[in-house]
Design a protein around this ligand. Sequence first.
Ligand code: 5CA
Ligand code: ZN
Length: 412
Amino acid sequence: MRAWPSPEIPRLAVQGPPVAVHDTSINARVTPSPEGPARMYVCGITPYDATHIGHAATYVGFDLLHRAWRNAGHDVTYVQNVTDVDDPLLERAAKVHVDWVELAERETELFRQDMTALRVVPPAHYVGAVESIPLVVALIERLHAVGSIYQVETDLYFSVGADPAFGAESGLDRATMLEIFPERGGDPDREGKRDPLDCIVWRGAREGEPSWPSPWGPGRPGWHIECTAIALEYLGGDFEVQGGGTDLVFPHHEMGAGHAQVADPGTRFAQTYVHAGMVAYDGEKMSKSRGNLVFVSALRNSDVDPMAIRLVLLRHHYRSDWEWLDAELWDAVDTLAQWRRALALGAGAPALPVVARVLSALADDLDAPAAGAAVQAWVDATLGHDALADASDAEAALTMYSVLDAALGLAL
Ligand code: 5CA
Ligand code: ZN
């Protein structure tokens, strides 16, 4: 599938430090040290509605990692999926009487436009579930061969008991898993299952639903195995970072790791599991199913500067849970106007120490709020100078434009 165009990213004269991130599976900070390209898989959208601020926050969060790795001298191989066939998409399509393929294409295209406007660096491989069905079938065959798949009516299930490390990614106990599972697409009470936590990997064809042929009859992929199959195909096992929002810790990323580790015992799925916090609106997690949404495209259509949207996101640490407030957007608009005034002076307070501070803040678990504070200090110093004489850096604005763009994705 086509991704979106890449923004121009300035090359910085100095290299950033190695990048540390918080790994959910060990609840501690780690510093991946890739030998070749740094490999990252981030779970993409289910395209049945427009991109909301919560999605944007997650993708901007991982964009900071992408940029930090590049600034630390690594090439990055970034893969993202599109869940372009799944229950919520089919349900929405039926409800609004739109063909599901059309709905998915339309919302994916809007997502591309939103990501382009927010200057998110695109994945090298942007891969749909539908186009990956042969990969899913092949992975189920491998899992079947090692005895971890069983059939319930026309559906196939993965036995979580086949994975000795089941639970290691989320760190959750069984009671908590059982509580969360049905809230996130699981079916613990289905008759015929060996373990309530077993997850569906192939859903046999139902009347009125799309289906594709397989050795077990026509059907469509389960959600978790889609991401496992795509990640293994484009990145191989033991890649650096599996990412997404905290709503994917369990069951999605746990199951994904399970599928991969049972298919290829001894190889970790991902080295590190990184999760972005949840954005709320009106007191609850912003979600398509609840409908409490602020759409990126709606803001853009009302002439909001996408860089102001991005600045609001950057002012919250990617791991924190926070609530969208319109007032923060207007504050970001004012801040950008002030930053642009300082940059327009050309000369300013010394910029090289600011570059170092910005890069090291981002290498410290993507601390964009701290990076933003370093920029603000430069702006204050620059606008506060009466005569930009002694302490002045003639090239300051050029240096600042570059680091704002390369590290924070803010093109001012
Ligand atoms: N297609 C699956 C992943 S394979 C999916 O979860 N799609 S989604 O459209 O529901 O979410 C897309 C991404 O945005 C996921 O990484 C999810 O974790 C993240 N996300 C969803 N809602 C929020 C929110 N309110 N705040 C932050 N991130 C969110
Ligand atoms: Zn996923």
